[in-house]
Design a protein around this ligand. Sequence first.
Ligand code: PLP
Length: 417
Amino acid sequence: MTMAIAGRAQGALPNQPLDVAAIRKDFPIFETGIAYLDSANTSQRPKQVTGAMLEYFEKFNSNIHRAAYRIAEEATVRYEATREKVRAFINAASTKEIVYTRGTTESINLVAYAWGRKNIAQGDLIVLTILDHHSNIVPWQILAAERGAHIEYVDIDEKGELRQDQFADLLQRGPKLVAFNLVSNAMGTINPARDMVAAAKKAGATVLVDGAQSTPHQPVDVRALGCDFYAFSGHKMLGPTGAGILYGRRELLEAMDPFMAGGDMIKTVRIEGTTYHDLPWKFEAGTQAIAEVIGLGAAVDYLSALGMDAVRAHELEITEYAYEALSDVEGLTLYGPPPSRRAGVVSFALEGIHPHDLATIADRDQVCLRAGHHCAMPLMTRLGVAATARASFYVYTQKEEVDRLVGSIKEAQRIFA
Ligand SMILES: Cc1ncc(COP(=O)(O)O)c(C=O)c1O
């Protein structure tokens, strides 16, 4: 199977402006005529990704790490190759720091369980933010309840940006853990993560960054970021569902006990006891999502060929366009900061029209729009709304799709007038 370079001619350099028309040809789903504006939820997958998975199923389907025959060796090599691709993509120091999980949720739960239960004690403070996704809130709530720790949330200002004054005050109280998302899925706010991590580290905290919405959309360098843990999902970055990553600094991962136990995460098992495998396999118990991990590797190749600076530049252009187009709509409230300080996410409400009704009307026009609380109920409560409508963009998004969204909004306003 040939693996064409993502949406551009072989040999072209990354970080040229995106050729969206060529990119769209890699995504058969667009032949259906949909305007897909829900990539923050899950992205579409190009042929290069589904092709890599199909190749595994059709040519070397077998289990990894345990068979001596040729196709099993091939499967193991392809599966492990993703680790180096991911390492390079986020600039981690070693593949030992790249743990495969099912996604951001599992990565954060792994840390809450394997690091949290060892390190969080009675009376400890955990600092989160009101912008966090439920998967970066609930695992810590469970941990805090179990250990007798407590949680404080950094609030936002009127622009939807984290209140750094309040964050600084909370750091004065010496939190054990600080965890926050680099980009908010609900509003698109890009948090000043480098400064926040530096300040939290200076205050002595361990820091987890939820990279679910940043890794697919902008260059990420975990060493420059300076965090201890970094979590993300493959399915939001052109990869399949069921494969995600936990990056952890090696000394922390070494000191942690396993999250799940069973086959493949051991060195020796005797009836007297067990010794664990080396990093990163200590955290990868049982048969893994082999095809999905291979697919994630193809997704990383695809994005690397485009260049993450070019990805960000394209999304910024679309976001600016959408922000302006939506600002012109009467009775529409936009949430969050201006386009330059947000990712490709636009969250809004329409006077007198419930977001679910808008999404239903948009669907009649084949416009895929998200409506709901976006797994950020504390943020919705803070904004004083039950739900918002959200359009989110990616490498394949065209301005024409934003125009179609505006058309659906006008149609909804006509129906509900
Ligand atoms: C900021 C953020 N964190 C975490 C998650 C959870 O990701 P997953 O459902 O892939 O585990 C999401 C998904 O929408 C997200 O946007």
